[in-house]
Design a protein around this ligand. Structure first.
Ligand code: T1G
Length: 649
């Protein structure tokens, strides 16, 4: 049994206990239906308080049931029984009330929440929409525009925000259950708003609703569920409740069968499995609270900001006091931006500022538990920094390198104690990008690896473990398809055609716009270094070098693959000329490339490189490669990723 009913005087308590997150599977739905029947039969009852054991209220329907045919009792039917119960039900919410969990709370007459709780309808992120009345009940409790943002945006809101909107009737003072029981005991003192479905919809600002609907529709790109969510909200505003519920259920069942929802459920579980490594399953390492960062450039400042925003203390080391001060300015700028955007409040901002120190004295790193070097991408520079860190830090302090492509095992081999070094490959901007590649060098200790993983979890990162190779997983695959796109340019395609094909497939932007944004000079410098080392590939494509030699370094230079003189990326006839001349110089007869052919080529190169990465043991699972491509380069999530698209591994 996972649903228990107890009675205290004229109040009944229904407790749901289904670890780890009280997901609503068939047993829980049946237990709730039984609890309604049981409490309906209790004489003299005045109210029911529904709460959950464990760390959270209900986190939603049990995603593990999605692949199976829906089993009775169906959630909408159970919620209708709760809404129509003989006495009002009061949901006591802690932790998270998500998806079907929030729908369960919406079927209750009232909601009492702990201040730290979060409430949301994330179904769109799984390729679905709420399937148990969420789109019909929510705009009867909060204004429709806010309901639309929650349903089609999929992001949870805080309990305090929910209270401001009227979604939560009372924020608990002290113990949640005591607050909910007291709320139940004093029901007679407050007006009864009646069952939610019987209330009118709140639609005070149709213009705002339409503006948001247009924005969400655009943001959905190729994903179906946000569009269906907007349609369901429109139905809730225009149809009688029973018809709106039926339309919502039909859309939910349609999306359940949509390949996009299967792919998104795959990604959900793949992201949670990615951060696990067999050798660490019995290894525990505390979160390193005192972090050192060496190098305060874009990456170093971003890493330092990510750490203070996660509540850690950071000492950033630079070579001189002046450069350290400039680095501090970059970190303070990020914190100020987070404050301005409401990501953190004033108190949190002050705490982050107090937790950060910039210095040019290496001795200030002496108490660090983990130090990340983010200095210039040069082997000898990093080798010297690591040697210095070994002397100024404690022997059990973990050392990490943020290198993008250097051999981390070779770097470790230059150290007195190679077991201390782990690779932590952040993506820029480090305080924003969710993905973190933890690179596993030959000699690394379990303690260093586990400490890196503990830091990644504290930063809220999606972690993937990678073996040592050029570019690890993300940059290695990106280098492969970038090279093949350059061959497509010589063979007949144009940058804007390739970018358009990638955007039509679902990428937020194409590879050439992305390069212009990052700057072409960094890769150019690396190509020149490799050429000097005799590492130039046989069928080398000179087109990017020709652009760089002409000073076309991308958006920052006003010209790159595109012309930015209008402020927007515009195809540039000069670039087309360079490409056509190169095709002619190599005697290549140009051919037309359609969008499908372009994407087929890009996908096959990604999949071939992914297969090589799996064969070499650089990635443990094909799922990890999909997690990387989705979170590093915006590979459209609703497709599952390049390896999932290719079929069974
Ligand atoms: N169903 C089944 N298992 C779930 C689950 C769920 N809804 N949510 C989490 N888990 C498992 C997860 O796989 C992991 O298992 C463990 O719980 C801890 O999760 C009808 C149809 C709640 C914020 O989308 O966002 O309701 O790997 O590692 O970081 O309209 O889990 O340990 O074996 O993520 O503390 C809508 C999804 C469903 C919420 C907790 N609900 N979950 O995060 O722990 S659709 C969601 C989360 C729906 C209705 C529709 C997070 C979390 P294991 P975790 P966490």
């Amino acid at each position: 049994m996972t649903v228990f009913v107890t009675q205290e005087g004229d109040i009944a308590r229904v407790t749901l206990d289904n670890p780890p997150v009280n997901a609503l599977g068939q047993a829980q739905r049946a237990g709730l239906a039984e609890a309604v029947a049981q409490t309906n039969a209790m004489p003299g009852l005045r109210a029911v308080v529904l709460h959950c054991a464990g760390r959270s209220f209900v986190a939603g329907a049990d995603i593990r049931e999605f692949g199976k045919p829906p089993m009775e009792p169906h959630l909408p039917d159970v919620l209708a029984q709760i809404e129509g119960a003989h006495v009002p039900w009061i949901a006591a919410i802690h932790g998270t009330a998500l998806g079907g969990g929030l729908e369960l709370a919406l079927a209750c007459r009232y909601r009492v929440a702990a201040r730290g709780a979060k409430l949301g309808l994330p179904e769109v992120t799984l390729g679905l929409i709420p399937g148990a009345g969420g789109t019909v009940r929510l705009p009867r409790i909060i204004p429709a525009t806010y309901a639309l943002e929650m349903v089609a945006g999929g992001k949870p809101i805080s309990a305090t925000r929910a209270a401001d909107l009227g979604l939560v009737d009372q924020l608990a003072e002290g113990d949640l259950l005591d607050s909910a029981l007291h709320f139940a005991a004093t029901l007679a003192e407050r007006p009864d708003p009646g069952p939610v479905l019987a209330r009118p919809v709140l639609h005070p600002d149709p213009a705002a609703f339409e503006a948001l609907a247009t924005k969400l529709d655009k943001r959905a790109r190729g994903q179906n569920s946000p569009k269906e969510a907007v349609a369901a909200l429109r139905g809730a505003l225009t149809l009688p409740a029973p018809e709106a519920l039926a339309a919502e259920r039909a859309a939910f069942l349609r999306l359940r069968d949509d390949p996009q929802s299967k792919a998104l459920a795959y990604v959900f579980f793949a992201e949670r499995a990615a951060g696990r490594l067999d050798r660490l399953k019995d290894v525990r390492a505390p979160v390193p609270e005192r972090i050192g960062v060496v190098g305060g450039g874009t990456m170093g400042a971003g890493i330092a900001a990510a750490c203070v925003l996660a509540g850690l203390r950071v000492t950033l080391l630079e070579q001189t006091a002046e450069v350290a001060d400039a680095a501090k300015g970059r970190v303070m700028g990020i914190l100020q931006d987070s404050l301005a955007r409401g990501v953190i409040g004033a108190d949190r901002h002050a705490a982050c500022v107090a937790a950060f120190t910039a210095t040019n004295d290496p001795a200030d790193l002496s108490d660090a538990q983990l130090v990340i070097e983010a200095v210039f991408e040069d082997f000898d520079v990093k080798k010297a920094v690591l040697a210095q860190l070994e002397t100024v830090t404690a022997p059990d302090c973990v050392l990490a390198t943020n290198t993008s492509y250097l051999d981390v095992s070779a770097l470790a081999a230059t150290m007195a104690d190679p077991s201390r070094l782990v690779g932590l490959h952040f993506f820029s901007p480090a305080h924003v990008m969710k993905l973190l590649e933890i690179v596993v060098p030959d000699a690394v200790s379990d303690h260093a690896l586990a400490t890196g993983a503990a830091l990644a979890k504290a930063l809220g990162k999606i972690t993937v473990f990678a073996g040592v190779c050029d570019g690890f997983i993300a940059n290695r695959i990106m280098s492969a398809y970038r090279a093949d796109c350059e061959h497509m340019l010589e063979e007949g395609a144009l940058p804007w055609q390739i970018d358009a094909a990638m955007v039509a497939f679902g990428f937020p932007m194409g590879i050439y716009q992305m390069q212009d944004l990052a700057g072409l000079d960094i890769a150019w410098a690396m190509r020149k270094r490799r050429a000097a080392e005799g590492k130039r590939p046989a069928n080398y494509v000179r087109i990017p070098d020709i652009l760089c030699e002409a000073g076309r370094f991308g958006r920052k230079a006003g010209r790159g693959w595109y012309d930015y003189s209008s402020g927007k990326p515009v195809p540039d006839p000069e670039v087309e000329r360079v490409i056509l001349d190169e095709s002619a110089r190599k005697g290549i007869a140009r051919q037309d490339f359609g969008a499908e052919a372009i994407m087929a080529r890009i996908l096959s190169v990604m999949q071939a490189e992914g297969d090589a990465i799996l064969r070499e043991g650089i990635a443990a699972r094909a799922d990890d490669i999909d997690v990387v491509m989705i979170n590093a380069f915006g590979f459209p999530r609703w497709t599952g990723g390049p390896m999932y698209l290719r079929g069974p591994f």
